[in-house]
Write a protein that binds this ligand. Structure first.
Ligand code: R1P
Ligand code: URA
Length: 294
């Protein structure tokens, strides 16, 4: 039995931060960072069955062309990914009344629709990128037994290449789910290696008023190459999503709308329109693939 200090439920039996009950989520779950993006997705649903909000976690569950879909905002960062993924997994795989893990587990499909900054001129603002790998420069996965899902050789090669101080955590590398990669890949998508960091400014090499430790950081990331793989873009959730989904036995994929180009120093003026395009692209792929439950 999982004690009430670990699996925390609200008075109505819903899970602590998300305030959701088990039958209020679908097996296909779209994650977005921005709570305002939830209704940008659910406006296309044919019906909305559940609407819930608590803190930065806004959830709409509904149906789109016959498929049951949940869209949920995670807020920013892998610390929030830890909360959202553990709580959604508990809703699917733990009997909340008995506080016991179900003998048969349910596999969820997670699709991130997020924004990102590109490191490369050839991946310009307003383009879309599918993350083949997530490279965690944060430290979330180091708190879990994750050796069996990590591409250690590449993580170590990147640590050596960056010549970081021992105060930095070691990069962790996780591959996307291959079936979801196949579903979402098309000529509209760049395929990339996405570096996930623990901040938007210093950790992504942005310097406004206070100095960063390594002004060459983005340049070093740009030049890193491992077995033909090169880092393409920066954001703040993908590697955590790939890591936790793989550890829990779920599928996950991250779709990025490129808003910033760090090499050319530009930022999109058409962000909302391009995110809307990526949402419609994603919903269309879900509607037409057998991988997603009705
Ligand atoms: O647009 P979202 O999904 O929030 O994603 C990106 O944008 C945020 C930073 O502005 C970070 O969460 C980053 O990962
Ligand atoms: O540069 C960017 C743009 C969006 N989100 C990020 O995390 N970084």
């Amino acid at each position: 039995m999982i004690p009430s200090s670990e699996l925390i439920l609200n008075a109505d039996g819903s899970i602590y931060h998300l305030a959701l009950l088990p039958d209020e989520i679908g097996k296909t779950i779209i994650t977005v960072g921005d709570p305002g993006r939830v209704k940008m997705v659910s406006q296309y649903f044919d019906e909305i069955l559940v609407k819930r909000e608590k803190r930065e976690f806004f959830t709409h569950t509904g149906r789109y062309k016959g498929k049951k879909i949940t869209v949920i905002s995670t807020g920013i960062g892998t610390d929030n990914i830890d909360i959202v993924f553990n709580e959604l997994d508990a809703l699917a795989n733990v009997d909340l009344k008995k506080r016991e893990i179900y003998p048969e587990l349910t596999r969820l499909n997670f699709i991130r629709i997020g924004t990102s900054g590109s490191l490369r001129k050839e991946i310009p603002v307003d383009s879309f990128l599918l993350s083949e790998y997530g490279v965690g420069l944060d430290n979330l996965l180091h708190f879990y037994k994750a050796d069996h899902i990590l591409k250690h050789d590449m993580g170590q090669a990147l640590a050596n290449h960056m010549s970081w101080s021992p105060f930095h955590s070691r990069p962790y590398v996780v591959k996307a789910d291959q079936e979801l990669l196949d579903v979402f890949h098309s000529e509209k998508m760049h395929l990339g290696v996405t570096a996930t960091n623990s901040g938007f400014y210093g950790p992504q090499g942005r310097q406004l008023r206070i100095q960063v430790n390594d002004p060459e950081q983005n340049d070093k990331l740009y030049h890193f190459e491992y077995q033909g793989l090169r880092i393409t873009n920066l954001e703040m959730e993908t590697a955590g999503i790939y890591g936790l989904a793989a550890l829990m036995g779920h599928r996950s994929i991250s779709l990025n709308c490129i808003l910033a180009n760090r090499e050319s120093g530009t930022f999109s003026s058409r962000g909302k329109q391009k995110i809307d395009e990526l949402i419609l692209y994603t919903l269309d792929k879900i509607a037409h693939s057998d991988l997603f439950d009705v």
